[in-house]
Design a protein around this ligand. Structure first.
Ligand SMILES: *[C@@H]1O[C@H](CO)[C@@H](O)[C@H](O)[C@H]1NC(C)=O
Ligand SMILES: *[C@@H]1O[C@H](CO)[C@@H](O)[C@H](O)[C@H]1NC(C)=O
Ligand SMILES: *[C@@H]1O[C@H](CO)[C@@H](O)[C@H](O)[C@H]1NC(C)=O
Ligand SMILES: *[C@@H]1O[C@H](CO)[C@@H](O)[C@H](O)[C@H]1NC(C)=O
Ligand SMILES: *[C@@H]1O[C@H](CO)[C@@H](O)[C@H](O)[C@H]1NC(C)=O
Ligand SMILES: *[C@@H]1O[C@H](CO)[C@@H](O)[C@H](O)[C@H]1NC(C)=O
Ligand SMILES: *[C@@H]1O[C@H](CO)[C@@H](O)[C@H](O)[C@H]1NC(C)=O
Ligand SMILES: *[C@@H]1O[C@H](CO)[C@@H](O)[C@H](O)[C@H]1NC(C)=O
Ligand SMILES: *[C@@H]1O[C@H](CO)[C@@H](O)[C@H](O)[C@H]1NC(C)=O
Ligand SMILES: *[C@@H]1O[C@H](CO)[C@@H](O)[C@H](O)[C@H]1NC(C)=O
Length: 506
């Protein structure tokens, strides 16, 4: 091996402390900051929306899409950022004699352009589905070999988003190059339409998309399909690591997918997010605290947040989980960074044989730090996070010198402290409470990202984005909290104003 030049050592060190190394593109003279912007300018923070698959599978139609969109507007979900209505598999009946896809006329009597127009009229966006294979997973026609025709058709319908699956790919997978070529064909086709279309790869982490997909897409699935279980092992989801997983499978539990993120967290960037798959909150397979873990850890890891349940029958408790602005603000943080798993111990297995505790942390754009004390063991316990563990990365990158964060005082904000009450959520669902001034809690429980972006709200220290202060950590100190079985303590650490460093207080 030729040896590592000093420049590379610096670049690696800079990456470790979260700085971005820029270079000059000699052909254009432009300064390129890798990962600072997306390949097509879209999705600088993770996409949010709804996808019908988890709750409805193939039972899709026009009224389901439009009624769901209307409910999302009425419940304030659109204005929390959930903008994409993604129609999943089973919408077409075949191709016509000119080779264009034809929608099922019974399910979609007014056609797709009509749906796009209606959704746009509601301030929502329209997502479409296909597969990079000869069939979709539901055995409807796929787009392999028809990339340009299909992209042109979707663009003519004013589609805003494509979820692109991996079924029936004719064996054109098995190496990153084969998968890249197949997914790039659609990327190029979408680009040629001239319409801005968010491109979401659904290739289950096959052939390590986190190594190559950021150059051609806006998000990429990093695991086999999720299912609605907290931690049940399933032989159909055999991998426990994302890297080099030869058979991604399906029926992957929340804890299985979460732990696959640990190794690839550095491959999350503005414009390309590792997609942990659609949310299961509301589908009935987990307890309330397990759904809180699911939502918190997807937000922590900057996964796309696609509601995967029936919004029309959403319970108040589940609306309260989907609607926590302090947790969504994490997901939408301008840093576009993912979380780091600082430690993990296997303890207290439950009936499934699974049990662990872990500390995950994440550095945010404004210098705040988030910590998640995750108790996936079978008994409640006091968990501890030392500043030394929380700020391990700046320490290792800084030639083992104590980083300044260790000698700071940190205020601790519990991001679930202001979860809206079931009562408040019920009043939103029954339509008696969209008048914000009628609810005394609404300034901390609700947020309107259509009016004020999360980035702006964070700058303004909007109370709804910071949970509630529950204590502080002294220099070199430890944060300890009682964490119930199968739940998480999610805290935002803010440096206390001291000496010359002043910050607007909340
Ligand atoms: C760009 O130009 C600089 C200065 O001439 C040179 O050192 C560098 O190798 C070039 N980079 C590439 C990618 O060609
Ligand atoms: C549309 O789909 C939903 C969900 O599957 C179903 O409940 C409803 O009856 C369907 N409506 C029509 C008109 O087919
Ligand atoms: C096939 O579908 C396309 C797109 O909807 C349409 O423009 C074309 O006229 C159709 N061709 C035939 C033969 O029906
Ligand atoms: C197509 O690709 C070019 C080059 O990367 C990019 O500048 C342009 O914005 C893309 N257009 C669309 C519609 O995505
Ligand atoms: C797990 O905890 C539950 C509820 O506390 C208890 O009933 C069960 O026996 C425990 N299982 C194991 C394997 O310890
Ligand atoms: C956290 O610290 C407390 C007090 O020192 C200790 O009792 C407890 O066992 C620790 N928790 C864990 C999970 O190590
Ligand atoms: C305000 O929040 C508190 C604490 O969650 C809750 O007990 C109370 O019911 C809420 N009030 C309203 C009007 O929603
Ligand atoms: C709406 O829900 C709230 C909270 O559960 C309840 O107090 C109120 O009576 C309900 N109003 C109507 C009109 O159903
Ligand atoms: C909102 O509710 C408050 C308190 O119930 C009431 O005074 C006000 O008129 C309402 N505003 C609107 C726009 O309905
Ligand atoms: C959010 O703000 C937008 C734009 O100001 C407004 O149109 C919308 O009605 C607001 N939504 C809610 C739920 O208050």
């Amino acid at each position: 091996m030729a040896g590592i030049s000093p420049a590379w050592v610096c670049a690696i060190a800079a990456l470790l402390v979260g700085q971005v190394v820029s270079y000059i593109d000699n052909s254009t003279g432009q300064v390129i900051v890798p990962g600072a912007s997306s390949y097509n300018g879209l999705n600088l923070v993770p996409q949010m929306g709804w996808d019908n698959w988890n709750a409805f599978q193939c039972n899709v139609n026009e009224s389901l899409l439009l009624n769901t969109a209307q409910a999302m507007v009425d419940y304030g979900l659109r204005d929390l950022g959930y903008q994409y209505i993604v129609l999943d598999d089973c919408w077409s009946i075949g191709r016509n004699s000119s080779g264009y896809l034809v929608e099922n006329p019974e399910k979609f009597p007014h056609g797709m352009k009509y749906i796009a127009d209606k959704l746009h009229g509601m301030g929502m966006k329209f997502g479409m589905y296909s597969s990079a294979g000869i069939f979709t997973c539901g055995r409807f026609p796929g787009s392999l070999g028809y990339e340009q025709k299909d992209a042109d058709l979707w663009a003519s319908w004013d589609v805003d988003y494509l979820k692109y699956d991996n079924c029936f790919n004719q064996g054109q997978s098995g190496t990153p190059q084969l998968s890249f070529n197949r997914y790039n064909a659609m990327s190029q086709a979408l680009n040629k339409t001239g319409r801005s279309i968010l491109y979401s790869l659904c290739n289950w982490g096959d052939d390590n998309p986190f190594d190559w997909a950021y150059t051609i897409s806006n998000s990429g699935r990093m695991s086999g399909d999720v299912y609605d279980s907290f931690n049940r092992p399933d032989s159909r989801c055999p991998c426990t690591e994302s890297i080099g997983c030869a058979w991604p499978g399906f029926h992957c539990s929340i804890m299985n997918i979460l732990n696959k993120m640990a190794a690839i967290q550095s491959r999350t960037m503005s414009g390309y997010f590792n997609d942990m798959d659609m949310l299961e909150v509301g589908n009935g397979g987990q307890t309330d605290s397990e759904y809180v873990v699911h939502f918190s850890m997807w937000a922590m890891n900057a996964s796309p947040l696609l509601i995967g349940t029936n919004v029309l029958t959403l319970s108040p408790a589940n609306l309260a989980i989907y609607s926590n602005p302090a947790v969504i603000a994490l997901n939408q943080d301008p840093s576009a960074s993912a979380a780091v798993r600082k430690w993990q111990y296997f303890v207290n297995p439950d009936e499934t044989g699974q049990g662990e505790i872990a500390l995950w942390t994440r550095s945010l754009d404004n210098g705040d730090q988030v910590i998640a004390l995750l108790n996936a063991g079978n008994t409640s316990m006091t968990m501890n996070a030392t500043l030394n563990d929380i700020f391990l990365d700046p320490r290792t990158a800084g030639a083992y010198q104590a980083p300044p964060q260790l000698s700071e005082m940190w205020d601790v904000y519990d991001l679930w402290a202001n979860r809206m009450s079931d009562n408040e959520a019920a009043s939103i669902i029954n339509g008696t409470s969209m008048n914000l001034t009628s609810n005394s809690n609404s300034t901390v429980t609700r947020y309107n990202a259509t009016a004020t972006s999360y980035a702006e709200g964070l700058k303004n220290n909007d109370m709804a984005l910071f949970g509630a202060k529950v204590g502080s950590i002294p220099p070199m100190g430890t944060w300890s909290a009682m964490i119930e079985r199968h739940s998480v303590g999610l805290y935002r650490l803010r440096q206390q104003p001291s000496g010359l460093r002043k910050r607007d207080e909340l």
